[in-house]
Design a protein around this ligand. Structure first.
Ligand code: ATP
Ligand code: MG
Length: 365
């Protein structure tokens, strides 16, 4: 079993705050990142993504815990002695140097021979699809091209792990989408482990093999995009990734995989459980809007009656806001896949909303 490319074991980082108190930026994070993986750290502003990345790079040292790169404990190893390279959001190329000189810079510092530098710069520019751009200046390139030069500058050093801190943040939406696909292609081609920081859930889902969702310094869940979307382990993850309905209730009975949850309005829901919860405990049931349907559906174990409060047509989909007894809201998203499809219900209609037990998940925190 080969070592992980990067491993964080019970890593903490505390900074002195303005009033002398300690600010916990990273809280007991344990993560394993496989060799060759495209791994994203995803979470809202201030949740500790950059701090985690800077500790892997060696710009910050953990207050507690250890970081391993390919099985080697990093301890106090300085950044330049770690087999990693970082691409920052502000990728500041040297404006007075040519593209070739910008990419060559790190290799010159390392004392690599001139012919080898020339060859590796060419290779790196080819990887980012800018062959022949050696002689240009940064200002003669578009934002996306400059970002690719920044990537080439990191890749030319042949790091074992490439760390990327919101590298597409400065680009407009269209270019950003293009660069997401480019980066993914590049990562596949070179086979280097990428640790990618973003606060954009769609970007993380598009690009990553696995994602760690962070909140308040903690890594709440790590898994493939479909794992964290289909099986979020807590309310924060369910809420942060995509759209989710939350129904509050209490467990009245459960088997190993399924629980019966009583809603305040008197109806019950069958939902999947991960760990055996206690009967009587208050829980939240998460239901994705696209997994619930308007109308009674044969085979769907959950059939809830409610009243349509609002209907919004958005072209591809129609959204129905259904109010259940007990005043809980359940949003349903129906795809308009048939030509000229008419709405399934109007405001004020009494409807049945159906969904299967495995479309609902019991969240205990
Ligand atoms: N050098 C520092 N001194 C004190 N506090 C810091 C320092 N660096 C980060 N912090 C604090 O640690 C927390 C995590 O910051 P971090 O930069 O890691 O967040 P982030 O997830 O990268 O956020 P963003 O998406 O806004 O970039 C924040 O509360 C921040 O204010
Ligand atoms: Mg950051």
């Amino acid at each position: 079993m080969p070592d992980h490319a990067v491993e964080l074991r019970n890593v903490w980082k505390q900074f002195p705050g303005p009033a002398g108190e300690l600010v916990t930026a990273v809280k007991d994070v344990t993560l394993q990142i496989a060799d060759g993986e495209f791994f994203s750290l995803l979470g809202p502003s201030g949740c500790g993504k950059t701090t985690s990345l800077r500790m892997i790079a060696g710009f910050e040292l953990p207050t507690q815990g250890e970081i391993y790169i390919h099985g080697r404990p990093m301890g106090r190893t300085p950044p330049f002695q770690r087999p990693v390279n970082t691409v920052f959001q502000s990728y500041a190329l040297f404006p007075h140097m040519t593209i070739g000189e910008n990419v060559a810079f790190g290799l010159q510092m390392d004392g690599v021979s001139k012919p080898e530098i020339a060859q590796r710069v060419q290779e790196a520019l080819a990887m980012v699809r800018l062959p022949g751009y050696e002689g240009r200046r940064p200002r003669q390139l578009s934002g996306g091209q400059q970002q690719r030069v920044a990537l080439a500058r990191a890749l030319v050093k042949r790091p074992e792990v490439l760390l990327l801190d919101e590298p597409l943040g400065a680009l407009d939406l269209k270019l950003r989408k293009e660069m997401q696909l480019e980066l993914k292609r590049l990562q596949r081609e070179v086979g280097i482990t990428f640790v990618f920081v973003t606060h954009d859930q769609e970007e993380a889902l598009t690009m990553s093999d696995r994602i760690a969702v962070m909140s308040n310094g903690e890594a709440l869940q790590a898994g493939s995009p479909s794992e964290i979307y289909e099986r979020p382990n807590c309310r924060f993850v369910a809420d942060f990734i995509g759209e989710t309905n939350f129904l509050d209730g209490a467990i009245t009975a459960h088997t190993e995989r399924t629980a019966t949850v009583l809603l305040p309005g008197g109806m019950t829901v069958q939902a999947e459980v991960e760990q055996s919860p206690r009967a009587g405990s208050n829980v939240t049931v998460a239901v994705r809007p696209e997994k619930a349907h308007i109308g009674a559906q044969p085979g769907a174990v959950n059939q809830l009656n409610g009243r349509v409060a609002n209907v919004v047509y958005i072209g591809t989909d129609t959204h129905y806001d259904v109010v259940l007894p007990g005043d809980q809201h359940l949003r349903v998203r129906e795809q308009n896949h048939r030509p000229g499809s008419a709405p399934l219900a109007a405001e004020g209609d009494e409807v049945t909303v159906s969904f299967s037990a495995n479309a609902a998940r019991v969240l205990t925190e």
